[in-house]
Design a protein around this ligand. Structure first.
Ligand code: XIL
Length: 356
């Protein structure tokens, strides 16, 4: 949180409407005959919804944050508020206020919601991890706890959430199934179970498997494809593949991403970019911002080249509230807007990107 006061209003839309893209070939010459004014207009033009992770504290406290969020985005994901440790910090004690705030703000602003996330190995409540470790929660009980969690949370938001990240990061970087308390204590069948429980609690919500490095890591891609095929063979409901899309300009752009998306959508899934950001080693320079714009633009082009790619969600829209500096030493500036909510070259590049 900034100690200095923040301006009450966002940067004027006129800034954003003057993109001067580096590559004129990417400029929109489509049906509207002009570059979209903002991401809402771009969503309308392309049929892909632009989303952002939402920091609930900022949503409550910062008017300029709310203004930009609700002006630009037609899809939202709670950055932390729907994680298990947030919704059930003590066993049987449910704290829905923050998650509800995201859903309610979305309703008022015509935004769809991605639920994030039902089953993960991180941000689990201590009562759960401790209980499993010290044996006071047996495997049978753990399975029931998981079923109740999935059922309770999906039912609560039934009809209010477009898509759930049902399982998050279940495959390791070497392509093995990730060793989590779920796999270790419940066996590999837990994945099919949670998808079935989620479907039972909301018959219409899209059910996703979500992961990082899935843009390029062939071991992870192959295992995730195998999981999807196995679920489909067992008639387990699964609707979507989520690519987190946490990129950094110090690494090559994952040039095969569109093909990877197609390998999944060929199986009948829809695809989404669920947590896009493009970090850089600080300090920021104009050259780095230009490279970052290229990465964002290419990612959107990749999504637009795959008809079943439905959503392009960024993991925070402003460098004022981004997880990157806290998690990647010496890195930052990963978002579309800077700390004062001025649009960066990456934002303008998105507006200038059209369906290939
Ligand atoms: C991150 C949040 O952004 C942080 O605020 C939190 O401290 C840790 O989790 N993959 C995911 C997200 O699926 O849930 C993570 O979010 C980022 C990586």
């Amino acid at each position: 949180m900034l100690a200095a006061p923040v301006p009450a209003l966002a940067a004027p839309a006129s800034n954003a409407a003057d993109p001067a893209p580096a590559d004129p070939a990417q400029t929109d010459r489509g049906s509207h005959g002009r570059t979209p004014r903002d991401l809402r207009e771009l969503a309308h033009k392309t049929g892909v919804r632009f989303g952002s992770a939402v920091d609930v504290a900022a949503l409550r406290a910062e008017r300029d944050y709310r203004t930009v969020l609700n002006r630009e985005f037609t899809h939202v994901t709670a950055e932390n508020a729907m994680k298990w440790e947030s919704v059930e910090p003590q066993r049987g004690v449910f704290t829905w206020a923050d998650a509800d705030a995201v859903v309610e703000n979305a309703r008022r602003n015509g935004q769809k919601v991605r639920g994030h996330t039902l089953v993960w190995h991180n941000q689990l409540p201590a009562w759960l991890t401790t209980g499993v470790e010290n044996g006071t929660i047996s495997d049978t009980e753990l399975r029931k706890i998981l079923r109740d969690h999935v059922t309770t949370q999906v039912s609560r938001y039934r009809g209010k959430i477009r898509a759930w990240d049902v399982v998050n990061e279940v495959v390791d970087d070497d392509g093995a199934m990730r060793q989590t308390i779920w796999l270790t204590h419940l066996g590999p069948g837990y994945i099919a179970d949670v998808f079935r429980w989620a479907r039972k609690a909301d018959p219409h919500v899209k059910l996703y498997i979500n992961d990082y490095n899935l843009e390029w890591n062939t071991a992870k891609i192959d295992t995730t494809l195998a999981i999807v095929k196995d679920l489909q063979a067992k008639r387990v409901p699964i609707d979507g593949i989520g690519f987190q899309g946490h990129l950094g300009i110090q690494y090559d752009y994952p040039g095969d991403w569109a093909n990877v998306m197609r390998r999944f959508t060929d199986l009948g899934l829809e695809a989404a970019v669920t947590e896009m950001d493009v970090r850089m080693i600080l300090p920021v320079t104009p050259e780095k911002l230009a490279t970052q714009a290229d990465y964002y633009g290419r990612a959107l082009s990749d999504c637009l080249s795959v008809p079943a790619c439905r959503e392009f969600t960024v993991w925070g829209f402003t460098d004022r509230h981004s997880w990157v500096p806290g998690w990647f030493d010496g890195e930052g500036a990963a978002c579309l807007f800077d700390e004062s909510l001025a649009p960066k070259p990456a934002y303008r590049r998105l507006l200038a990107t059209s369906r290939p």
